[in-house]
Design a binder for this molecule. Structure first.
Ligand code: OAD
Length: 248
């Protein structure tokens, strides 16, 4: 694509953002890629995306935890240390600086918050907490630099173990996060879809919901994705390069 066409697309996206009253950003792993946090599915990822190297059913499902809980906790602890070392990138900072933007993210890292964003809706939970596998109500904050190994729940004892506070395959999304995200997307004028393959449901369904509710869709990704077909404007490139200009 020529520089002229790219400039025209950026100008069109800026016009949509600047004329909108309610802008929502729906983000995925690509938002944190330039911070060094690996993506899950990304043919262009250096060294391969996570779900190319690891089996999600072994590491991110209740059955995988049942089969080998230590391996699951160790894998999440490896990712926790990676997030602890990561710093917010220019895309996180641009979103945080745009105070009126509501952030709905599939990411389980805390890089938007560390950039200064408030009221981030985490659809898939957070790796900065553990909770009891039986959801007895016990939740513990985790120091990402020094995460705790597999251990029993302080309430349930040996009958229950603490597990990462993320949504696994086959599990429901947290009700409060889902309802807040649905409301935000339904009432948005513009939905920015940043760094997501848009293949994991129900989260990806928010794009269609926003569109059906009248929002214009701007997709930012390094390559085409399942969100491309819904885009009014698609900006192909790294979020860290595109977002500061788009939101300036
Ligand atoms: P994916 O890894 O599926 O998709 C990441 C997307 O980001 C790809 O489409 C890349 O092309 C794009 N991308 C990579 N680098 C980028 C950059 N610098 N700028 C812009 N785009 C970039 O990640 P998600 O869509 O977030 O679930 O995956 C959805 C869910 O699947 C995750 O939340 C996770 C996973 O299983 C849980 O953790 C529960």
């Amino acid at each position: 694509m020529t520089t002229f066409v790219l400039d025209q697309l950026m100008a069109a996206a800026q016009r949509l953002v600047n004329s909108a009253t309610r802008v929502v950003c729906f983000s995925g792993a690509g938002l944190s890629a330039e911070s060094g946090v690996p993506t899950f599915r990304d043919a262009q990822a250096d060294g391969g995306a996570l779900w190319v190297k690891f089996d999600p059913m072994m590491l991110a499902s209740p059955r995988g935890f049942e089969r080998d809980p230590e391996a699951v906790v160790e894998w999440y602890n490896w990712r926790r240390r990676a997030v602890a070392e990561a710093r917010p990138n220019a895309a996180h900072r641009a979103l945080a600086a745009a105070r009126s933007i509501v952030n709905v993210t599939q990411n389980v890292d805390d890089l938007l918050e560390r950039a200064g964003a408030v009221d981030v809706i985490h659809l898939h939970g957070s790796i900065a907490v553990d909770h009891c596998e039986h959801r007895c109500g016990c939740v513990e904050a985790i120091d990402l630099k020094n995460p705790l190994p597999l251990r029993p729940c302080p309430n349930c004892g040996p009958r229950g173990r603490m597990r990462p506070g993320v949504v696994w395959f086959g599990e429901s999304l947290p009700d409060d996060a889902w309802m807040a995200a649905e409301y935000a997307c339904r009432s948005s004028d513009v939905l920015l879809v940043v760094g997501t393959s848009a293949v994991v449901y129900p989260a990806a369904g928010l794009i269609g919901l926003a569109r059906m509710s009248g929002a214009r869709i701007i997709v930012i990704n390094t390559q085409s994705s399942d969100a491309s077909a819904l885009a009014d404007v698609e900006l192909i490139g790294p979020a860290g390069e595109i977002m500061p200009g788009l939101l300036s």
